[in-house]
Design a protein. Structure first.
Length: 249
C-alpha cells in the first residue's frame, strides 16, 4: 500500500509541476568569483564564495568555477549560454556589482546594472538575452551590490520585450501557457543598495551555505539566508510560478 500511495503522490506532483526530473546529466552550474579585477579593483572573499558554492553545486551537475583574469565578459557569457542548454542551469556570481544611468533602460528604471568582470561590465540586458533563451529552468544567485535587477526587472516584460526583438519563447511558452516554473533570482540587495562581505565571503552566500541541508526547500534556505543578511535587504524574484521541492532540484 505504501508503494501505491507513494506512486500516487508522485503522479500528483507531476500534474502539479512540483516533481522535477533534473538529474546530474540535466543540470549545469556556473560559479563566478571576481576577487581581483584589473578594471574594478579587489573584492575580498568573492572567489572563496564561488569555490564553496562550486563544491556544493557539484553534487547536482556539471560545475564550472571561474574568476579573476579568466572571468571576462566573453568567457562568462559563453559559460552562461552553455549552462542554459540544460534542463536546469544554476548560475552564481560573487564580486562587485555596478549601476550606471541609462535613460533608455528597457525596464523603465533609468539605470542599467552590471556584473564587474575582469575586462568590463556584463549588463543586465546582456544577462537577460542569455537566460531568456534557456531551454529549461534557471536559478540566478547574485551576491553583489545593485543586484535585485541584475537580470532585468520583470515589471515591464510584456510591454518592452516583444518590441525589442528579445526571444521570449521560454516565458511565453512555459510560464504562461504551461504554468511551469522558469527563473528564480536570489539577489543580495535592492537595485539601489549594497551587499556586504569580507575575507570570509559574502553575507548572503554564507547564509545560503550555512542553511543548506539535503532535502531542504528553496523557501527554507531563502528564509534563513535572508535573516542572516537582513540588514542589506536581500531580494527574491520569481519569473513563472516559483521553485518547489528540495533546494537546487
Amino acid at each position: 500500500m505504501k508503494t501505491i500511495a507513494g506512486l500516487f503522490r508522485y503522479l500528483v506532483g507531476l500534474v502539479k509541476g512540483t516533481v522535477k526530473h533534473e538529474d546530474k546529466g540535466d543540470t549545469a552550474c556556473l560559479c563566478v568569483g571576481m576577487q581581483s579585477s584589473s578594471k574594478y579593483g579587489a573584492c575580498p572573499g568573492a572567489y572563496l564564495d564561488a569555490a564553496r558554492m562550486s563544491r556544493l553545486l557539484s553534487k547536482y551537475g556539471s560545475t564550472v568555477c571561474i574568476g579573476d583574469k579568466k572571468a571576462t565578459v566573453a568567457s562568462v557569457r559563453s559559460a552562461m549560454q552553455k549552462a542554459c542548454e540544460k534542463k536546469l542551469a544554476i548560475i552564481f556570481y560573487s564580486g562587485h556589482g555596478g549601476r550606471v544611468r541609462n535613460p533608455k533602460a528597457q525596464d523603465g528604471s533609468g539605470y542599467s546594472e552590471h556584473l564587474c568582470l575582469n575586462n568590463g561590465a556584463m549588463y543586465d540586458y546582456d544577462i537577460w538575452s542569455v537566460v531568456s533563451k534557456a531551454k529549461g529552468r534557471v536559478v540566478l544567485i547574485f551576491d553583489c551590490c545593485h543586484s535585485a535587477t541584475m537580470y532585468r526587472s520583470s515589471a515591464k516584460y510584456n510591454s518592452y520585450v516583444f518590441n525589442r526583438g528579445f526571444e521570449f519563447s521560454l516565458l511565453r511558452g512555459m510560464a504562461f501557457s504551461q504554468g511551469r516554473n522558469n527563473i528564480l533570482v536570489w539577489s543580495g540587495c535592492p537595485a539601489d543598495s549594497y551587499s556586504y562581505g569580507g575575507d570570509s565571503g559574502g553575507i548572503l552566500t554564507n547564509g545560503i551555505l550555512d542553511s543548506y541541508r539535503k532535502g531542504r526547500t528553496y523557501d527554507e534556505v531563502w528564509r534563513y539566508a535572508t535573516r542572516t543578511a537582513k540588514d542589506q535587504r536581500p531580494v527574491r524574484t520569481v519569473i513563472g510560478e516559483g521553485f518547489d521541492g528540495p533546494v537546487f532540484r
